[in-house]
Design a protein around this ligand. Structure first.
Ligand SMILES: Cc1cc2nc3c(=O)[nH]c(=O)nc-3n(C[C@H](O)[C@H](O)[C@H](O)COP(=O)(O)OP(=O)(O)OC[C@H]3O[C@@H](n4cnc5c(N)ncnc54)[C@H](O)[C@@H]3O)c2cc1C
Length: 689
C-alpha cells in the first residue's frame, strides 16, 4: 500500500484523478434533489415554499424583452456561431483591441445591422443592440457606443444636412471609424472649461485647431489610439474681431477633424496621437490622447446646427447666449447617457443571473445529520441577492421608459420633454450605474471563491463596468443636475407655474409634506396596506418632498452668508440624497405601471411580488427617515421589516424563473458556476483536470 502511494501506476493515477474529479464535482455539483424539500431544509424554507407562485418563464420573458428580442437574438446567434470572435478569459491589451475591432466590423459587415440609422430613426432598437453587444463583451459595447452614439451621434445631432449626407453612411458601415474628443487632461466634468481653440481664418475659409497648453490635450478619447480616422473635436470657437486685432470667444462648438491618412493610417500633419495605455478595464477600447498644432480644417467641418460662421466671418445662431448654445449642444448628447443606463441594467442582469444560479446549486452546511442546503436558503444570501434581483427588474422597466421618452423627444423636439429627458437620463444613469457597480462586488462575494475565478466573469464585469460611473458624466455631478432641476421645479410650483410630467407628483406630495403625517395611516400595518402601491409610492414621494423642502430652506439660509456656490457646497450631500430619492420615486412609479400593464396573469403576479420587495426594501433601508417624523409608527416599521423578509423568501422561490426570463444565452452567462450541472465538468477541465 505504502509503495503504491509513492509510485502509483498509470491505472492508479487515472483512478485517483477520476476520484478527485468526482469529489470536486460533488463539491460544486450537488446531488440533484428537489429544491423545496421541506424535510431537508432549514425552518425558513417551508415558510418560503408555501406560497410559491407559478411563473411561465417564456411569457414573462416576452413581456420583458419586448419587440427587440429578435434583434438581440440575431446578435447573440452571430457571436455564438463564431467562437473565434468570443473574447477569451486571458487576452493582452493589444489583442483585445484588435479582437474588439473585428467583433464590431464582423457584426456590421456580415449581419447588415446599421446602428447609426437606428440612432436617428429608432433609438430603442439601437439601445437594444448596445445591450446585446455589451453582454458579449463590455469593451465591444463601449467601442460600438463611441463609434455610433458619440462620433456618429455628434455628427447627426450637432451637424446639419451637409454633414449627414457626407458622413452618415460611411460612419454606419465603418468606413469612417471615429472618436468623440471632448475631455481634456485638465477638464473632464467641467466641459465649459476646455481650452482647445478653433480660430476662424477668413482668408483661407478654414478653422485652425490648436492645443494651447498640455492641460488642453484631449485625453481618454475612445478609438483614438489605434482605429479612429476622424474625431468630433470640442473646442472654443474664436472669431477675429472687426479690427482684426483680437478674437472673440463664441463658446464651445464641435468640429470634424480628420486624424489619420486613409492610405497609410499615419497621423495627419499637426496631429500628435498617444496611447492612454493599459486600463483597469475596457482594454478592448483604444483610448488615446490628441494634441493639435495648427491643424487646418474647412469651415464646413463646423457642426453648425446651433451656431454657424459665414464666409465673411459672421457668426449666426438661433440661440442668443453662449450658455444656451452650450446647453443645447450637450442636450443633444444625452443619448449616450441613456444607452449607458440601459447597458448597465444589462450587466446587472448578467451578474445577478450568474450569482443566483450558482446560489441555487451550491450547497453548504445543513441541519445535523441531514444533507447540505442550497446557499440561497440562507437568509443572508437572500438579503444579498433578492432585493438586487428586484432592483434589476425595477431598473429594467425604468430604463425602457427612459428610452421611450427619449425616442419621443427625438421625434417631437418638445421643449418640456427635452428638459425632462435631460434630468431623468442624468439621474437614472447615475443611480443605476452606481448600484450595478456595488452589486458586482456583492455578486462576486455571494459566489465565494469560485466567484473569484476569472472564467466566472465577475472580474471583467466589475472592472469593465466600473467606469460607467464616471464617463458620460460623473455620477456625483449628474445627480446635482437632478437636484438643481428639482429646485427649479419647486420654485416654479410656488410661483404657480406648471410642472413637467415626471415632477407632477410633487404638487400633491409637497402639500402632504407641509401638513403633518397622518397619525392614522402611520399606524396601519396590514399586509394589504403595505403591499398597496399607493402606500409605497406615497412613502417614496413623501421622502422626496421632505428632502426638497428642507434643501430649499437650507440653501436659502446658507446663501445669505456663503453665497450661491458656497451654500450649494454646504448642502451637497443633502442634495445628492434628494436626487437619489427622486430617482427612486420615478423608478418605483414606472415599475408599478409595468406590473399593471402586464397582460399575463402569472407574470403579473410574479412582477407584483418583485415590485413589492423593491418598494418595501427601499422603505426599510430608510426607515430612520420615516420614523424620525412619525410617518411610520414603531409597529408599522416592524411589520415592514417582517414583510420584506417574507417577500424575499417568496422571490427566492421563483428566483430561477425570474433570472431565466432575462433569457440570456449561455455564451453570455458563460460562467461555468452558473450553468447546469453537466457544465461543471467544463469548469474542472478548465482548471486542468
Ligand atoms: C475609459 C474612459 C473612456 C473615456 N472615453 C472618453 C471619450 O471617448 N471622449 C471623451 O471626451 N471623454 C472620455 N472619457 C473622459 C470622461 O468622460 C471623463 O473622465 C469624465 O467626464 C470625468 O471627468 P474627469 O475624469 O476629469 O473627472 P473630474 O471631473 O476631475 O472628477 C474627479 C472627481 O471629482 C468630483 N467632482 C468633480 N466636479 C465636482 C462637483 N462639481 N461636485 C462634486 N464633486 C465633483 C467627481 O465626482 C469625481 O469623483 C473617458 C474616460 C475614461 C476613463
Amino acid at each position: 500500500m505504502e509503495q503504491k502511494k509513492q509510485n502509483p501506476t498509470a491505472e492508479d493515477e487515472t483512478q485517483i484523478i477520476s476520484r478527485r474529479i468526482q469529489r470536486i464535482s460533488l463539491h460544486i455539483t450537488p446531488i440533484p434533489r428537489p429544491l423545496h424539500d421541506h424535510d431537508n431544509n432549514l425552518g425558513l424554507l417551508p415558510c418560503a415554499t408555501r406560497e410559491k407562485l407559478e411563473v411561465e418563464t417564456e411569457k414573462l420573458s416576452v413581456y420583458l424583452r419586448g419587440k427587440y428580442r429578435d434583434m438581440q437574438e440575431k446578435i447573440y446567434e452571430y457571436f455564438n456561431a463564431r467562437p473565434e470572435l468570443q473574447t477569451p478569459v486571458e487576452i493582452s491589451k493589444d489583442e483585445h483591441r484588435e479582437l474588439c475591432w473585428r467583433q464590431m466590423y464582423g457584426l456590421i459587415r456580415e449581419t447588415g445591422i446599421r446602428p447609426l440609422k437606428y440612432v436617428a430613426e429608432e433609438p430603442a432598437k439601437y439601445f437594444a443592440i448596445t445591450e446585446a453587444v455589451g453582454a458579449v463583451d463590455i469593451s465591444l459595447g463601449i467601442k460600438l457606443g463611441v463609434q455610433y452614439s458619440l462620433w456618429g451621434g455628434s455628427v447627426m445631432n450637432l451637424g446639419t444636412k451637409k454633414h449627414k449626407d457626407k458622413y452618415s453612411e460611411k460612419i454606419d458601415n465603418l468606413e469612417y471609424p471615429g472618436c468623440f474628443a471632448m475631455t481634456e487632461l485638465h477638464h473632464g466634468s467641467n466641459v465649459q472649461g476646455i481650452q482647445t481653440v478653433a480660430t476662424f481664418d477668413p482668408i483661407t475659409d478654414e478653422f485652425t485647431i490648436n492645443t494651447p497648453n498640455d492641460g488642453a490635450i484631449k485625453w481618454w478619447i475612445g478609438n483614438a489610439a489605434v482605429h479612429g480616422k476622424f474625431a468630433s473635436v470640442f473646442a472654443k470657437l474664436m472669431l477675429p474681431t472687426h479690427d482684426a486685432k483680437g478674437v472673440s470667444d463664441m463658446g464651445v462648438h464641435a468640429f470634424i477633424v480628420p486624424l489619420r491618412d486613409f492610405k497609410t493610417h499615419q497621423a495627419l500633419p499637426g496631429i500628435e496621437i498617444h496611447d492612454c495605455g493599459h486600463k483597469v478595464g475596457l482594454n478592448g477600447v483604444d483610448n488615446g490622447a490628441l494634441r493639435f498644432t495648427s491643424v487646418r480644417i474647412p469651415r464646413d467641418n463646423l457642426l453648425n446646427r446651433f451656431g454657424d460662421v459665414s464666409r465673411d466671418g459672421k457668426y449666426t445662431s438661433s440661440l442668443p447666449t453662449i450658455n444656451k448654445r452650450f446647453a443645447a449642444t450637450l442636450g443633444e448628447l444625452v443619448g449616450g447617457r441613456v444607452g449607458l443606463a440601459y447597458s448597465s441594467v444589462g450587466v446587472l442582469k448578467i451578474a445577478s443571473t450568474i450569482a443566483i444560479r450558482y446560489s441555487l446549486l451550491r450547497q453548504q452546511f445543513g441541519p445535523p445529520k441531514q444533507p447540505e442546503i442550497s446557499i440561497l436558503d440562507y437568509q443572508s444570501q437572500q438579503h444579498k441577492l433578492m432585493p438586487m434581483l428586484a432592483s434589476t427588474y425595477a431598473f429594467h422597466f425604468a430604463t425602457v421608459n427612459l428610452v421611450k421618452i427619449y425616442s419621443q423627444m427625438k421625434m417631437t423636439h418638445d421643449e418640456q420633454l427635452v428638459g425632462e429627458v435631460h434630468a431623468l437620463s442624468a439621474g437614472i444613469k447615475a443611480y443605476v450605474t452606481s448600484y450595478t457597480a456595488k452589486s458586482l462586488s456583492v455578486c462576486r462575494e455571494a459566489c465565494g471563491g469560485h466567484g473569484y475565478a476569472a472564467v466566472n466573469r465577475f472580474g471583467t464585469l466589475r472592472n469593465d463596468h466600473d467606469i460607467f460611473q464616471t464617463f458620460e458624466g460623473d455620477n456625483t455631478v449628474l445627480l446635482q443636475q437632478v437636484a438643481a432641476d428639482l429646485l427649479k421645479q419647486y420654485k416654479e410650483k410656488f410661483q404657480g407655474g406648471t410642472l413637467s410630467v415626471t415632477w407632477n407628483y410633487l404638487r400633491e406630495s409637497m402639500n402632504t409634506y407641509l401638513s403633518q403625517p397622518n397619525p392614522v395611516t402611520s399606524r396601519w400595518e396590514g399586509v394589504e396596506h403595505l403591499r398597496d402601491p399607493k402606500f409605497q409610492l406615497d412613502a417614496f414621494r413623501y421622502r422626496t418632498s421632505r428632502l426638497l423642502q428642507s434643501a430649499a430652506v437650507r440653501l436659502r439660509k446658507h446663501s445669505k452668508t456663503l453665497g450661491g456656490f458656497g451654500a450649494w457646497n454646504r448642502c451637497l450631500n443633502h442634495l445628492l440624497t434628494l436626487a437619489e430619492s427622486h430617482i427612486e420615486s420615478v423608478i418605483l412609479e414606472k415599475f408599478i405601471e409595468a406590473v399593471e400593464k402586464c397582460p399575463d396573469a402569472s407574470s403579473r403576479a410574479a412582477l407584483k411580488l418583485v415590485c413589492d420587495l423593491y418598494a418595501l426594501h427601499r422603505i426599510w433601508n430608510d426607515i430612520g427617515t420615516y420614523r424620525n417624523v412619525d410617518y411610520v409608527a414603531p409597529n408599522k416599521a416592524k411589520a415592514i421589516h417582517k414583510l420584506t423578509d417574507h417577500l424575499s423568501f417568496q422571490v427566492r422561490n421563483i428566483a430561477k424563473e425570474l433570472v431565466d426570463a432575462f433569457d440570456l444565452p449561455d455564451h453570455v452567462t458563460r460562467a461555468p458556476i452558473a450553468m447546469q450541472s453537466e457544465a461543471y465538468a467544463q469548469y474542472t477541465q478548465h482548471v486542468g483536470f
